[in-house]
Design a protein around this ligand. Structure first.
Ligand code: ASP
Length: 348
């Protein structure tokens, strides 16, 4: 090989390398031009077996309700509002919608009444407020927030929660305000069917036979200041026994937020509690090297059984996970880059 050939080879190699280098630079420049997510919000209206035979008009009512709740959160976050305000406003909106099992539309207890649970958590301070078994508070999530901000305690139950509510200005209603015909019929079926169930039937069989969906509501958000928050509210499970407390108001089970992630659960509360699910998801991300979606998948597939639960979660950089191991989950999300969706089933 003479000098000219060597020189030519070197020149070609140089040109190829330069080309590769500049292509790489352009690509990374393009990647870094992706705007970072400033704020993000996800919400759910319960997981379960939601029939695809849902009449179009009812299906549309659910989509419209979810859309309105997404808009409620968007309005708060787009104007620089806090994640805490966003999740409270979204959950209030869903509590006021009779389609969902929280606030108006809550399921019936075995005694034919309504007992409501709710919790809210501020990821930036780890402050939290929770209430269980309230019967006269129109928007339980706002009472939970009041507990978080005004009380020296975190969790009030039953009569104590009612007495606490007396000291606040939260709106009160008669217990039958929460009545809806659908939930009443589901309860009637539950009462009728409980005599047909064997003593070995799991609570899940009971719930499945009676009303194949849950309907709890929840929201998680990241705000423009980088703070995370979570809120969840529910009437619990149809025909639940006196004083039954589900996962929702138990900090770390159905509701959790810290500086890493905010999580809200829905599904079979007893199972969700056993896995301390919402906190475990945040811990898998913080200590286990899991992505947010990977952590939610791990809980749903490795810790819980099929048909037990669904989770919504957001992390500190705005990643959103909305997943379930049930056939459906009412859910929606939006972020500052304009990405948004509203869905019920797995593949829509
Ligand atoms: N997790 C709730 C409970 O067990 C029920 C639901 O998600 O609908 O109280």
């Amino acid at each position: 090989m003479n000098f000219t050939t060597t020189f030519r080879h070197l020149l070609i190699a140089f040109l190829v390398l330069s080309l590769l280098y500049f292509t790489g630079c352009t690509q990374s420049a393009e990647t870094s031009e992706e705007p970072a997510i400033e704020w993000a919000l996800a919400l759910h209206g319960g997981a379960g077996t939601i029939s695809k035979d849902l009449p179009d008009s009812i299906r549309q009512q659910y989509y419209d309700g979810l859309e309105r709740a997404v808009r409620t959160g968007e309005l708060v976050l787009r104007d620089g509002g806090s994640a805490l305000d966003a999740v409270e406003q979204v959950v209030r909106n869903l509590e006021n919608n009779p389609l969902f099992n929280a606030g108006k539309g809550a399921v019936f207890t075995a005694e034919g009444t309504h007992e409501l649970d709710a919790a809210i958590m501020d990821g930036s301070t780890l402050e939290a407020g929770a209430i269980t078994g309230v019967t006269t508070v129109k928007n339980p999530i706002s009472l939970a927030r009041n507990v978080m901000e005004e009380s020296r305690h975190i969790f009030f139950s039953g009569q104590g929660a009612e007495s606490y509510a007396d000291q606040t200005d939260v709106e009160r209603v008669e217990n039958d305000y929460f009545f809806t015909q659908n939930r009443y019929e589901a309860w009637q079926r539950a009462q009728g069917q409980s005599s047909n169930l064997s003593p070995e039937s799991s609570p899940l069989d009971r719930e499945w036979l009676i009303d194949k969906k849950f309907g709890t509501v929840g929201a998680v958000a990241l705000d423009a200041d980088g703070n995370l928050a979570a809120a969840t509210s529910t009437g619990g499970m149809t025909n639940k026994q006196f004083g039954r407390v589900g996962d929702v108001p138990i900090i770390g089970s159905g509701t959790y937020a810290n500086h890493i992630a905010a999580v809200s659960a829905t599904g079979w509360g007893e199972k969700i509690m056993q896995q301390v699910s919402a906190n475990t998801i945040a811990n898998l991300v913080e200590f286990g090297g899991y992505s947010l979606e990977g952590a939610v998948d791990y809980l749903l597939n490795e810790r819980l059984q099929p048909d037990e639960a669904g989770f919504i979660a957001v992390d500190s950089v705005g990643n959103i996970a909305m997943k379930m191991n049930t056939p459906g989950m009412f859910r929606g999300s939006i972020n500052s880059n304009g990405e948004q969706e509203v869905m019920i089933w797995e593949n829509e």
